[in-house]
Design a protein around this ligand. Structure first.
Ligand code: OFO
Length: 171
């Protein structure tokens, strides 16, 4: 039986993951508007992954008899004044999500909710990758983005990213 405070945090996490999808779709749209289709592709796939994360939380809750309550999703209110700004925002956002997952884990561990802790293990690993990907993008942009040829090639590289479903599967 999952305790009320953990239920509340899991439910909030569904909202946060869907907001992540919103944010990354917003970033993708910004790059489309600026003719950087490779960057746009990378973030559109990122948005898809975030919806996968949200659905994993939904499935986990439902598998444990919890009713999922969807709440309002705020629209992203970023103003992207340069191509690298969204990359920095993405890293900040991933750090926020990592903390959020860790907070749920801490709360679950305090009440010995081992099942939720085990479910969150995958997300803890995933957040490590998410932060690394965001850091890599910032570094690549720093190295190549300020030169137009470099930006062209980086855009091409990011255009090759293809969607892969999450390795965690819940029935
Ligand atoms: Fe769901 O990992 Fe990014 O936010």
């Amino acid at each position: 039986m999952i305790q009320d405070n953990i239920y509340k945090l899991l439910n909030e996490q569904v909202n946060k993951e869907i907001f992540s999808a919103y944010l990354y779709l917003d970033i993708s749209n910004y790059y489309v508007d600026n003719g950087l289709d490779g960057f746009a592709n990378w973030f559109k796939i990122q948005a898809q992954e975030e919806m996968d994360h949200a659905m994993l939380f939904v499935q986990y809750m439902q598998n444990n008899g919890l009713s999922v309550k969807l709440t309002e999703i705020a629209g992203p209110e970023m103003e992207y004044l340069s191509y690298d700004l969204p990359l920095n925002e993405a890293l900040k956002h991933e750090q926020f999500i990592t903390k959020s997952i860790h907070d749920i884990y801490d709360s679950a561990s305090q009440v010995k909710d081992y099942r939720t802790m085990q479910f969150l293990d995958w997300f803890i690993m995933e957040q490590g990758e998410e932060e690394k990907n965001a850091e890599d993008l910032i570094l690549k942009y720093k190295n190549f983005g300020s030169d137009s040829k470099g930006l062209y090639l980086l855009n091409q590289e990011l255009g090759t990213r293809i969607y892969a479903p999450p390795s965690l599967v819940l029935d």
